[in-house]
Ligand binder design. Structure first.
Ligand SMILES: NC(=O)c1ccc[n+]([C@@H]2O[C@H](COP(=O)([O-])OP(=O)(O)OC[C@H]3O[C@@H](n4cnc5c(N)ncnc54)[C@H](OP(=O)(O)O)[C@@H]3O)[C@@H](O)[C@H]2O)c1
Length: 324
């Protein structure tokens, strides 16, 4: 992962939306079991997912699995808090108080002695970055977390964390968790480029299928049992169910058929083809989806230069970098 010695599987498994809201313990157990048996060694979570219930569920499943703790990694993320509308001041953000308390709570919910990867889920404009860096360094020193990173921070904020870490001889952020998929590319392919080259950074990218849109499942409307059909997810549906985007997905579906692979497999393979991606976090609500998505590892071999160009011609989302 980036410049660290940690080895993450190229595909990993996350619990946003699905755990607790869509699937119960038995399905979570089945999906995590399949992932683990196929070589996935990173399971992603956050305090805010299902307001703590996602971590509770993952903790129960892992306890039951009784896997060797050294064979997998697990994450949590702090920032949003887990009390939703009931959050009081200090129950969100990246202050020493909230990060430390969020870490303790996540350890309890996940039923683990340490968290392998602990993320600052968003930047916090109200907390000096140096306070956050000191806190994460101390949590590492205390053995409660092993690596810390950011999620959806700007390049400038990440570099400020490195500057502070260097000034005080502290452990800086090792990884970032940005959205990355065929429709959302700027951070990975533009903003972070110099960071990859200078201080180095691993990335655990999220929504490789743009919440399912890039699977093609929404090409003919919204299936009832899908994420866009859930109550409370209108904001996501409104952001992504756009004619212009669906046209691109249909173009990709035709290309996938030509390549004799499924569209989800192609979309995910395209993400992990980028050498700056450490791991793509998969989401799935059923076994068939997960098994299909794991075939992305084989589909990467089909992404030659000509195919990659065809993809560019269809999506037209490549960030334009200045030419001097
Ligand atoms: N750091 C952050 O801010 C952040 C934000 C979001 C996510 N994440 C992490 O990234 C993980 C993955 O994100 P994501 O769940 O949005 O990933 P995604 O791959 O973009 O979407 C996954 C969803 O798409 C549908 N799907 C997946 N495979 C499919 C297939 N083969 N055919 C048809 N439908 C399929 C399923 O939803 P339905 O069956 O319900 O339609 C599934 O839950 C999360 O679990 C979380 O750990 C992090």
């Amino acid at each position: 992962m980036g410049k660290t010695g940690l080895q993450l599987s190229v595909l990993s498994f996350g619990s946003w939306v699905s755990f607790h809201k869509q699937i119960d313990d038995s399905v979570a157990d089945e999906l995590m079991g399949i992932a683990y048996d196929k070589g996935v060694n990173f399971f992603d979570n956050a305090e805010v997912y299902a307001l703590g219930e996602s971590e509770n569920m993952m903790g129960r499943v892992i306890k039951k699995k009784n896997w060797d703790r050294t064979s997998y990694t697990i994450s949590s993320k702090a920032f949003f808090g887990w009390r939703g509308k009931e959050n009081k001041p200090n129950q969100t953000g990246l202050s020493r108080k909230h990060l430390t308390e969020a870490c303790h709570e996540a350890l309890q919910r996940l039923q683990t002695e340490y968290i392998d990867l602990f993320f600052c889920h968003r930047p916090d404009k109200n907390t000096p970055i140096v306070e956050t860096v000191w806190t994460m360094h101390n949590l590492i020193q205390q053995g409660k977390i092993l690596y810390w990173g950011t999620s959806e921070w700007s390049g400038v904020e990440i570099m400020e964390a490195h500057r502070a870490a260097q000034q005080y001889g502290l452990i800086g952020p090792a990884m970032e968790q940005p959205q990355y998929n065929l429709l959302e590319r700027n951070k990975l392919e533009n903003e972070y480029l110099s960071i990859f080259k200078t201080v180095g950074m691993g990335t655990t990218i999220w929504s490789p299928l743009a919440s399912g849109l890039l699977s093609g499942k929404y090409n003919n409307g919204i299936p009832e049992d899908s994420r866009f059909g859930l109550t409370g997810f209108d904001w996501l549906k409104d952001r992504l169910m756009k004619e212009e985007l669906l046209e691109k997905v249909k173009g990709l579906a035709a290309l996938a058929a030509e390549l004799e692979v499924s569209l989800p497999s192609l979309s995910i393979a395209w993400c992990i083809k980028n050498p700056n991606v450490t791991t793509a976090i998969l989401g799935a609500t059923r076994k068939e989806q997960l098994l299909e998505n794991l075939t992305a590892l084989d589909t990467v071999a089909k992404l030659d230069a000509a195919t990659l160009q065809k993809i560019e011609d269809i999506v037209q989302t490549k960030p334009v970098l200045p030419e001097y």
